[in-house]
Design a protein around this ligand. Structure first.
Ligand SMILES: [Zn+2]
Length: 136
């Protein structure tokens, strides 16, 4: 089994707000991310797939196809978006980096046929990232 990772970057803005919290609770829990006008992040995404190396090509996955799927299913839909307002699943879901990683997994997993999706890693900053392995 071989693991292969492809990186991509996108920029998006978000704000964190739970309508079930009071204004004070929202401010306390989410801090500056509770600003209703949002703020932006430059995210780095790492997609790791796993599979057997194809004897004929020596590859574990068609890299061109992987890049196309990542662009079509994730980057084109998230890049330069206000996540809360422009991305359907975040209308009722707080667009934390945790939820972003799960949402990216759900977008990619059904589209990858050649190799198996292993991990979605989303960096919110250089020092902070989330890993999701598809586990409940
Ligand atoms: Zn933020």
């Amino acid at each position: 089994m071989v693991y292969l990772t492809r990186k991509a970057e996108f920029s998006a803005s978000h704000y964190y707000h739970n309508p079930q919290f009071s204004a004070e609770e929202n401010q306390r829990v989410f801090g500056k991310c509770n600003n209703p006008n949002g703020h932006g992040h430059n995210y780095t995404l790492e997609i790791t797939v796993k599979g057997q190396v194809d004897e004929r090509s020596g590859f574990v996955v068609d890299l061109k196809e992987l890049k196309e799927i990542m662009n079509r299913e994730v980057i084109d839909l998230l890049d330069h978006r206000f996540l809360n307002k422009e991305v359907a699943e975040f209308k009722d879901l707080i667009p934390t980096t945790e939820n972003l990683a799960i949402s990216i997994w759900k977008r990619l997993q059904p589209r990858l046929r050649v190799a198996q999706l292993h991990r979605v890693r989303v960096y919110e900053t250089e020092d902070l990232f989330v890993d999701y392995y598809g586990e409940a």
